[in-house]
Design a protein around this ligand. Structure first.
Ligand code: G
Ligand code: G
Ligand code: MN
Ligand code: NA
Length: 256
């Protein structure tokens, strides 16, 4: 199809940029990390969001070279921030299909080595489904990644179909509470109960918990009362280009 042709060209010509969204440590109020989010740059300069091309990228296998690009770019940027004194982790989203056919461990070794990045500043975001659909392959690769210091976050936590057994068997460092629960905090006692339970689960398993999709102060206040450790959302900052993130840090809008 036409979109597929265009996407193939985009991968060849690296017509992508990464934007970075802040993640805040709630105890200190400081910037502790960023999530890298890919955008496709159109000839006119418009940015296309991944919702429009990730499904096709997964179907066609273009997700692999695209992820190689994302990992390399995120590691290079993380290394730049390190040398500028901004010691934050950078999280990269990995699609589940990658674990089926690719050596994710190898890709990560190559990207961090090439960038000269201490791997402990790299985090990988996987969904429950990605892990569960590829138990052996994912398990082996995550163990190897843990050995090198890379951390793993479970994205969209609470919305998959996964059993919880993997939380005790795999090296998981962070749970990202899906934003549907955060959006409903004010109106849904059920959502509040689930968020409390996830925070307790993380505490008891020794896994840190980050809430995503925070847009308002009342959501933040409530999460702080529940001892949620980290937060991400438009309330703290939109996904922005690296120079803009630097500005937010320099101006004191984000404390490091
Ligand atoms: O802002 P937003 O539209 O960026 O992101 C939409 C979705 O795309 C999110 O679920 C996110 O996990 C996914 N996503 C963003 N960047 C990447 C990427 O580089 N690789 C993969 N596999 N998914 C991404
Ligand atoms: O699935 P994943 O969590 O990787 O998706 C990240 C997506 O969430 C991106 O599309 C990003 O733009 C979006 N996002 C980040 N913060 C917020 C927020 O506070 N509200 C809403 N509605 N979306 C958000
Ligand atoms: Mn994510
Ligand atoms: Na999410």
């Amino acid at each position: 199809t036409e979109l597929e042709q265009a996407l193939r060209r985009a991968v060849e010509n690296e017509e992508f940029v990464l934007h970075y969204q802040p993640q805040i440590d709630l105890a200190s109020g400081t910037l502790c990390g960023v999530e890298a989010l890919i955008r496709w740059v159109q000839p006119g300069g418009d940015l296309v969001h991944p919702g429009c091309f990730l499904p096709l990228a997964e179907e066609t296998g273009l997700i692999a070279p695209m992820t190689v690009w994302s990992l390399r770019e995120a590691c290079r940027q993380a290394a730049r921030w390190q040398s500028d004194g901004i010691h934050i982790r950078v999280a990269v989203n990995l699609s589940g299909v990658l674990f089926r056919q690719h050596d994710v461990h190898r890709l990560v070794v190559d990207a961090t080595t090439e960038a000269g990045l201490d791997p402990s500043f790299l985090e990988l975001e996987l969904t429950e489904t990605a892990v569960i659909e590829n138990p052996e392959s994912a398990g082996r690769q995550l163990a190897a990644l843990q050995q090198m210091g890379v951390s793993v976050a479970i994205d969209d936590f609470g919305t998959g179909y996964a059993s919880l057994v993997y939380l005790t068997r795999l090296p998981i460092h962070r749970l990202k509470i899906d934003r549907v629960f955060i959006q409903d905090l004010g109106s849904s006692p059920g959502s509040r109960a689930i968020v409390k339970a996830i925070i307790a689960l993380g505490k008891n398993l020794g896994i840190r918990v980050i809430a995503e999709g925070i847009e308002r102060q009342d959501q933040l206040r409530w999460l702080e009362e529940q001892d949620c450790q980290e937060a991400q959302g438009f309330y703290f900052g939109y996904p922005v280009p690296p120079a803009k993130l630097q500005d937010l840090v320099d101006s004191g809008t984000l404390m490091v």
